[in-house]
Design a protein around this ligand. Structure first.
Ligand code: GSH
Length: 300
């Protein structure tokens, strides 16, 4: 039986989705990210030397890399599934391209955006190149989806499942509104019963939820800045005002966030109790979306 070594809130979610689409029996071995760094636990290295997820084990074999796993499962366990085009067809060539493209090319500028964003001003010279590569790649995917529901042919294939993480990360960075074909496609695949079943089995998956579009982000910044002025603070924005204090932060998903309690009136500026943990929002207060990811995150 296939075992999916599943790291919470990660790319292995798409392998669970594939298995649900196919209706194959499988087991989940669960691994939990470090709460601060979001890195995988050492235990994953006992399964595969890289210690990354997804990894599957099956009949004595260990397979890593999402694209290879999707190929393996379809080839060995469901060769006639419509999720895998006929290897003799031109559609199969497109399908293979997407399987490789997702992690081989499209993820790179998205990852760079996350890592370089952590450098603050020091990373500024790299941003134009990163932005143009995001526009290049995500624009390419958006163009490929123009006038069609799925990436290959007229139905869902493993290519959509492999590429789904690209669409979802684009959404998690608040960029989907710029790419309406991707946005519609993400909505389409997230509505599938098998996708939902996989979510239930996999546990909380933050990438399923898109952040507000840049237009809405601008409004939220303005609202946050007004709350900051009301607090007599500057240099960030304020989340929805907690009853017991002030939440100060920077809304960009790529910038460091700091949360400070209690309100500045209770302690002199610079001496506030600082916490990077959204859990430190007062009881009953939900941190705004942009504060959900821990600033020490080193892995999407
Ligand atoms: N290209 C690989 C990427 C695997 C990967 O980096 N997975 C992340 C989770 S999305 C991971 O395991 N991160 C934990 C860590 O690096 O410690 C694939 O698609 O399988």
């Amino acid at each position: 039986m296939i075992t999916v070594h599943h790291l919470n809130d990660s790319r292995s979610q798409r392998i669970l989705w594939l298995l649900e689409e196919l209706g194959l029996a499988y087991e989940i071995a669960r691994y939990q990210r470090d709460a601060t760094t979001r890195l995988a636990p050492e235990a994953l290295k006992a399964v595969h030397p890289l210690g990354k997820s997804p990894v599957i084990t099956d009949e004595g074999r260990t397979i890593g890399e999402s694209g290879a796993i999707i190929d393996y499962i379809l080839r060995r366990h469901a060769p006639d599934s419509p999720l895998r085009p006929d290897p003799a067809s031109a559609a199969f060539d497109d399908y293979e391209q997407w399987l490789h493209y997702a992690e081989g090319s499209a993820m790179l500028p998205l990852m760079l955006n996350m890592y370089v964003g952590r450098l603050g001003e020091a990373g500024a010279p790299l941003h134009p190149r990163i932005e143009s590569e995001i526009a290049n790649h995500i624009g390419y995917v958006n163009g490929a989806l123009a006038g069609r529901e799925w990436l290959v042919g007229d139905h869902l294939t493993g290519a959509d499942i492999q590429m789904s993480f690209i669409g979802e990360v684009t959404g998690a960075f608040g960029r989907l509104a710029q790419y309406p074909n991707i946005e519609a496609w993400v909505g389409r695949f997230q509505a599938r019963p098998a996708y939902k079943a996989a979510l239930e089995k996999g546990g909380p998956y933050s990438f399923a939820r898109s952040r507000p579009s840049p237009g809405r982000e601008k409004e939220r910044r303005a609202e946050g800045a007004a709350r900051m002025r009301a607090c007599g603070l500057s240099g960030g924005v304020c989340g929805p005002h907690p009853p017991a204090g002030c939440a100060v932060g920077f809304p960009s998903p790529s910038r460091e966030r700091v949360f400070r309690f209690p309100p500045p009136s209770a302690k002199p500026p610079g001496d506030e109790q600082a916490s990077e943990d959204p859990a430190n929002f007062p009881p009953g207060v939900t941190p705004p979306d942009e504060f959900q990811r821990a600033p020490g995150s080193l892995s999407p």
